[in-house]
Design a protein around this ligand. Sequence first.
Ligand code: ADP
Ligand code: ZN
Length: 520
Amino acid sequence: MSEAALSTLQRVWGYPDFRGPQRQIVDTVIAGQDALVLMPTGGGKSLCYQVPSLVRPGTGIVISPLIALMQDQVAALEQLGVRAAFLNSTLDPDTRRAVELQYQAGELDMLYLAPERLQQSLDLLKRGNISLFAIDEAHCVSQWGHDFRPDYLGLDIIHQEFPDVPRIALTATATIQTREEIASRLGLEAAPKFVSSFDRPNIQYRIVPKNRARDSLLRFIRAEHDGDAGIVYCLSRKSVEQTAEFLRDQGLDALPYHAGLTAEQRQFNQKRFLRDEGVVMCATIAFGMGIDKPDVRFVAHLDLPKSVEGYYQETGRAGRDGEPATAWLAYGLQDVVQQRRMIEQGEGDAFRQRQQSLHLDAMLALCETAGCRRQMLLAYFGEDAEPCGNCDNCLNPPKTWDGTVQAQKLLSTIVRLDRATGRAYGAGALIDILLGKRTERSAAQGHDKVSTFGIGTELEDASWRTVVRQLLAMNIITAVGEYGVMRVTPRGAEVLAGREQVMLRKDEAAAVARSSRRTS
Ligand code: ADP
Ligand code: ZN
């Protein structure tokens, strides 16, 4: 089997060999087995299904949620002489018909399909011969994740309708939770999982307090990335425009990219970014999916990403060539306030809001940690790592304060409440107790009878919140369930027993959060 795979790789792509786990994955699928593939962006997921599609008899069906990406991939495959086509909403009826006929006649090696077309394409699919199903961006099936697409829930029909065809699901973003959800929703529990390391050692992670952010961005670029290609992510279209203009005024080759521009403008700017050297693309997160530019030297965030997954994905667009690159983020007061408000006023139901809020908390924890950023980022994806020596916190360890006593106060509040009421509570209720705040609800539940009531007045509400976030970040407490109620972890038990000291970060992030309470 491996012979055919390797010779196909060399003949069609001209690559000498497979990279990392590709060979094993390809062998698995060629042998007719399912597979679940977790590989960071740039890891080389496409070949994992493209090569088996060519080696196995029949057409490889690829489910892909992004029309632009689909078109790019098909165009690239055609250039290599692969018979590939796609079916999505952009096709006129004649072209669609032609593709369908080609498929039925067995003239296609690969057919890309938008997920919303699957149901209506079942009859068509049955009239051809299928070599495999590839489910790209498989995390879209996860309701816990940050990129849920309802159409993905319907993909379990593949298994019912084509039980003998191997399926390979792929994603670049998966926490352990998402991973399990993908496996269970797609019926891939028994499939071998191929988990690559998510570490991107050449990326240096840096998170700075937000203070005249555009000026510090400019200083950063001038000092470290003069003339380099980079991406600057902003939350709003307006801020994209303003940032691009600001950088242009300073003599940089900066361009805007957001959904408010015409398709031509977007395409033009994207082409300039890909083709010319040293273009700085100021963009909303609409930009970047499927952009394969290896020499992006920095990715900057002027606003806080909504989730660690998003942050990882966006920063992952830097340094795909393996050369040193920087991920730079400015994090400040307004971000927290604004994002909390967006969540509260958003369309999501209570469940969704809760999810979004937990995603935000995880992102805040990454911003506020005094420990190694990379270590924490990888831990989020279920990987153990040593401190990296190549992030801001490793290079310049932040000032810390001994928060052991405060941690113990919080931990014992959790324990005592559990004893007194048999329940667990969220951060807000715990902090209210520590501050001795009386509310009707807390009185009704007897919170003011807990012996830690009012023993935490040395810190303000906002400071307690950063303490909570950092304790979460250190896995001293953990947030569980739909409501994110706090529980003491084994490590927390050590702290409570006085066997571990807790050093907390002392810096502007705390000050930022402190003032955030006043405005919100
Ligand atoms: P992903 O989908 O995981 O983000 P891609 O499939 O787009 O990654 O691959 C990223 C880049 O790596 C592409 O330019 C691809 O051609 C290249 N690549 C992948 N596998 C190999 C290989 N075995 N040898 C050489 N280049 C590879
Ligand atoms: Zn580090």
